[in-house]
Ligand binder design. Structure first.
Ligand code: G6P
Length: 603
């Protein structure tokens, strides 16, 4: 989703801005732009739709010299993907330039008032009103004008603003959307995430809500005195290496990305999970009576799987909500409730809103987050990092399996605080430690899954079904397939098929059925029978050694045997590979699927 970058210092701004935009491009974007001010304060603003290369091509052959500038990658919310709608936006006099991440909710109202005052708008965006509003209040002092403008604005924003007539400064402001200032040697950077500025800054200041800060080449007039923190970026390679796509690389490295969160956290002898991030709240957790999980997308499906884990093994009632629904349904929270956010990026606006809601009600908040130092990691009372390494592919894969792993650790931790026996604890610990080896084994079926993708790639619809622990995995399989290959897919509980969806089944509508040898295996077999009776093709995901299933279904992918609770960590992997190869064979941009963003920072 939108990414902001800014530079002010003694170096040429343009290459640094472009480098930052490249690093922010993994978030998902559809157009981009930069503005650079030269020594005489002439502004050159260039924008392009599509890939960043299009902007790079425009820059070539232009004299884009200057030591101050701002840039943006846009993920369209208000207005189509056009050059005019791309940022930076400017006012009528082309004095003020603004880049923005977030949504100005009352933009129509402000726009109408400004039009009455003679302002002329050129784009369909909400952001353009900020440029005009700042212009309206501008009398030589940019910071004052930004402050006045923001008093009228409702919604969420991270902003960087520059003005020709108040040169040598960038004014930045934030409410709800993330923004950081990087501190280099005689230079400052502004960015939406830490990775974008890593080569230039070792210290950062994370802007707080409602702060407005003026940055000049030699000063950072931060309103509240705050010590800069160390820049913390996730370690791990952000190159594709031998793989054609990040998605495949991230699928194939899951044995390692699962080993990381397990490292040092599993105590087999004591049948315990040692979770350092929960130390300070450990005693309070002994008394909690309910867990409300808040998450979005794939992380939400990890949450749904955790509901089964936490209720079965920790005996704690658990509810799972989309971040976007949680606070609007007026959840009943009390002092014995914990609100747990699950988020790879740690920046998802809806999930963050859930955490804020819980904090307002005085409820303890926890986070399971991959991106170190991200907003959700900072806003929650305590938490557990995934340490899965950077995930670049827009569709989440290794972050998901690492979320499931951490959630299993949490179930073990909370379970052992309660009724769980040492033997059960040891059993979970042993099986968890064994999972990376099982994944290495399972990944050997890559070629077989590719063959299946070849066989099924032209079908227009798919069902994914599963029960109990594998019901959320069916939903995740369907989500992966639709986002990567644009094929219509639905995830259902196997038992629920006969209450409606089965009406769609015929020979042209295949089903992928998750039927490992677990406590609901027989029930799943009945559900598969119902589909076969209606001539629906079925691919089964079954446990190694189950030869009988071959008689019933069209194709089988085998997964190794593990504890029922941990099966999802294995069963999702063939579904990720199936989505990947179906997408590739259908010539889709699997790392950056159309319309999607990696980091969804607007509500
Ligand atoms: C976007 C991504 C998904 C991700 C979801 C939640 O939709 O494309 O892959 O699952 O956001 O993101 P989070 O960073 O909070 O896990």
């Amino acid at each position: 989703m939108c990414g902001i970058i800014g530079y002010i210092g003694k170096k040429q701004a343009m290459p640094i801005l472009m480098d930052g935009l490249r690093k922010e491009s993994y978030r998902g974007y559809d157009s981009s732009g930069i503005v650079v001010f030269d020594a005489q304060n002439n502004a050159t603003c260039l924008k392009a739709v599509g890939k960043l290369e299009n902007l790079e091509n425009k820059i070539q052959g232009q004299e884009l010299k200057g030591e101050i500038g701002i840039g943006h990658v846009r993920w369209a919310t208000h207005g189509e993907v056009t050059e005019t709608n791309a940022h930076p936006h400017t006012g009528c006099q082309e004095n003020i330039f603004v880049v923005h991440n977030g949504i100005i909710e009352n933009y129509r109202e402000i726009r109408e008032k400004l039009i009455e005052k003679g302002h002329k708008f050129v784009s369909e965006t909400d952001t353009e009103v900020v440029a005009h509003l700042v212009e309206h209040f501008f009398d030589g002092n940019l910071e004052d004008a930004v402050r006045k403008a923001l008093k009228l604005v409702k919604g969420a924003y991270a902003l960087a603003v520059v003005a020709k007539e108040d040169p040598n400064k960038i004014v930045v402001a934030k409410l709800s959307s993330p923004l950081i200032i990087g501190i280099g040697k005689d230079e400052y950077l502004v960015a939406s995430d830490q990775n974008a500025i890593a080569p230039y800054a070792k210290k950062i200041i994370t802007l707080e809500d409602n702060e407005v800060v003026t940055i000049t080449p030699d000063d950072l007039c931060i309103i509240k005195e705050r010590e800069p923190e160390d820049l913390e970026i996730e370690t791990g390679k952000t190159e594709k290496g031998k793989y054609p796509h990040f998605m495949l690389k991230e699928i194939m490295e899951q044995a390692d990305s699962i080993e990381m969160p397990l490292k040092g956290r599993v105590r087999f002898d004591q049948g315990l999970a040692k979770l350092g991030g929960l130390d300070q709240v450990s005693d309070k957790l002994k008394d909690i009576e309910r867990i409300n999980i808040v998450a979005c997308g794939t992380a939400y499906l990890a949450g749904l799987t955790a509901e089964y884990m936490l209720e079965e093994y920790a005996g704690i009632p658990c509810e799972v909500d989309f971040g976007s629904e949680f606070r609007y349904r007026k959840p009943i929270l009390n002092k014995k409730t914990v609100v747990l956010a699950i988020s790879q990026s740690g920046e998802t606006a809806d999930t963050l809103a859930g955490i804020k809601e819980a904090k307002e009600k005085g409820v303890m908040t926890l986070g399971i987050v991959n991106a170190v130092g991200s907003t959700i990691a900072r806003e929650t009372d305590a938490g557990i990092y995934n340490h899965a390494g950077p995930e670049i592919g827009v569709a989440s894969t290794k972050a998901f399996t690492s979320q499931l792993t951490v959630l299993a650790l949490l179930a073990l931790f909370l379970g052992r605080q309660r009724q769980m026996s040492l033997i059960t604890g040891q059993n979970i610990a042993r099986e968890l430690l064994n999972i990376p080896a099982l994944i290495r084994e399972l990944l050997k079926s890559e070629a077989k899954i590719k063959e299946l993708a070849e066989k099924y790639k032209n079908y227009k619809n798919f069902f994914f079904i599963g029960r109990k622990y594998n019901f959320p995995i069916a939903c995740e399989g369907a989500l992966k397939l639709k986002e990567i290959s644009y094929i219509h897919a639905e995830g259902y509980s196997g038992g629920e098929m006969k209450h409606g969806p089965i009406a769609l089944i015929d020979e042209s509508f295949p089903t992928i059925a998750l039927c490992p040898s677990d406590s609901v295996y027989e029930k799943m077999v009945s559900n598969i029978e119902e589909i076969k009776a209606r001539k629906g093709p079925v691919i089964a995901i079954a446990t190694e050694g189950n030869e009988k299933i071959k008689e019933l279904v069209d194709d089988v992918i085998y997964i190794p045997k593990t504890l029922e609770m941990l099966t999802p960590i294995l069963s999702v992997i063939p579904l990720q590979l199936f989505a990947y190869y179906t997408g590739v064979l259908n010539k889709c941009d699997v790392d950056k699927p159309r319309n999607l963003a990696k980091s969804v920072t607007v509500e």
